[in-house]
Design a protein around this ligand. Structure first.
Ligand SMILES: C[S@@+](CC[C@H](N)C(=O)[O-])C[C@H]1O[C@@H](n2cnc3c(N)ncnc32)[C@H](O)[C@@H]1O
Length: 162
């Protein structure tokens, strides 16, 4: 299997090289035809807008331990300015709120529906020292050094190609 993969990789590289030699312009056009970042962004948002209804079942069953570990490692100090990137449905955001009742807590997600769920979950804590907004991790809408701590789990696999 591994040999086959290596073979396919080698063939692809050779083919690519040949195309370059035959017609450099054609090759660069082909390269440019890869899905632009903004389409990937919309794809991810759409996917999570759909998944948001069932996400918690999966998220709680499969990812709780890792999420908890991320919170432990983050070692939030009450009073800090904390940002969670890709807040999802807020499963960890409520933990952040509980540990940082005197600080400021910001959550960001690319999917409006995931963000909406996170907001609902946060409301239930009764705390008000937070804000959850729509945004892209690749273009954070915050000033440099705006936060003491940034937390992020289970997002990078969504943005592989950008
Ligand atoms: C697997 S979920 C994880 C959610 C949350 N971190 C958790 O552990 O429950 C991935 C989340 O990342 C968000 N996301 C993916 N790419 C993003 C990006 N470029 N910027 C912001 N959020 C993104 C998705 O909308 C989704 O809510």
């Amino acid at each position: 299997m591994r040999n086959r993969k290596l073979f396919v990789k080698k063939q692809t590289a050779e083919l690519s090289e040949k195309i370059s030699q035959l017609n450099p312009n054609l090759h660069s056009t082909m390269k440019r035809k890869r899905t632009p970042t903004y389409l990937i962004k919309e794809k991810v948002a759409t996917k999570y807008n759909i998944l948001c209804h069932i996400y918690d079942i999966f998220g709680l069953l499969m990812e709780s331990k890792a999420r908890q570990r991320a919170i432990e490692i983050a070692n939030i100090r009450n009073g800090e300015k904390v940002l969670e990137v890709a807040v999802g449905t807020g499963l960890n955001f409520v933990e952040i709120l509980k540990r940082n009742p005197h600080g400021w807590n910001e959550g960001l997600d690319i999917s409006p529906k995931m963000g909406k769920k996170a907001r609902k979950r946060a409301e239930k804590t009764g705390l008000t020292n937070y804000n959850i907004r729509l945004g892209d991790s690749r273009n954070l809408p915050y000033a440099d050094s705006a936060f003491d701590l940034i937390i992020n789990e289970y997002m990078f696999d969504c943005s592989k190609r950008s």
